[in-house]
Ligand binder design. Sequence first.
Ligand SMILES: Cc1ncc(COP(=O)(O)O)c(C=O)c1O
Length: 384
Amino acid sequence: MEKTIYLDNNATTRVDDTVAGEMLKYFTEEYGNPSSLYSIGAKARTVVEDARKRVAVLLNCEPRDVFFTGSGTESDNLAIKGVARRYKNKGTHIITTAIEHHAVLKSVEQLSKEGFTYDIARVGEDGIVDIEHLKSLIKPDTILISVMYANNETGAIQPIEEIGKIAKERGIYFHTDAVQGAGKLSLNVKELNVDLLSLSGHKFHAPKGVGILYKRTGINPTPLLSGGHQELAVRPSTENVPYIAGIASALEIAYRDIEVHREKQSALKKRLKAGLLKNIDKVVVNTPEKSVFNTLNVSFVGIEGESILFTLDSFGIAVSTGSACTSGSLEPSHVIMAMGRDHTTCHGSVRFSLSKYTTEEEIDYTIERVRETVEKIRKISPYK
Ligand SMILES: Cc1ncc(COP(=O)(O)O)c(C=O)c1O
């Protein structure tokens, strides 16, 4: 096969052609600054405000509660640091989980250097947060709970509605990193009981470098940046008009066709899982039943995930061994470790993440190449 078989869509996705096409005119024709008062500026303002309304419809919130940012990482930082710093007079304790993205974990760590304290809720063997443990961590001075919606490595869906309810009953702000839920799960913020929610465009066929932060009306996070009045001064910076138009379109496209994607990708994921389990020995499935429809994480016991990654790459197949940020280092995944797997299982984990562009032919080719690869590596491996 000539072209890349791209099975790393939790790392990033190909930009949708319609989205790319729509964005183009905002680079070369309608390139005004939304803050400018003349017509070309006013036009750009309309594009941004229209995008905000379109996103608000999908999130079931007020347009004024949608903020455009530069990434999922920025949205997470703004939500967590912004809320903690603004409301520190109400309390200084934060709760998050062992499987969060580093954008969340490092934000909380940073806050701990500013006088905040935090606790980490554990997950079960299925990678789903242990609600009873999380509840037991709540203290009178807990101000913020941050739990991701779907895990980027295993795809495990977290019980957000339930945790949101617990937080609401106790007057604690609740943030979810929904970066891996977009286009796969409902983003209705009212039903999810969330106060703040982060999204990243490049996970749903918009470009890299644009994110969204939803925050409930009345919550006023302290900005990360000092500057102008853009985005109600919550996120000062001249608005990235093409990318804002792009992220709104991509989100609409993702939800317009969600049932089609769910059906097709669930079937492909099932085919991949069955194919790997049937053809290869000692495979541990790290993705629970309750998971997003595009993600399958498995461990090939006794083999380094990286050696599989590089061999598959030579066949033109792109997969990952952990989150995009940790791949490249041989540190075992903190997510798989948190699920209580032993070291060898952690090291052998490989993530396959599909998209609307994945085909059955690509899945069948991948199963065969993985089978060959695992067989070859196991033959020469000292750990048999
Ligand atoms: C769950 C999760 N949160 C946050 C991020 C960061 O998003 P971005 O790459 O837009 O900074 C990622 C990206 O890998 C992610 O998977």
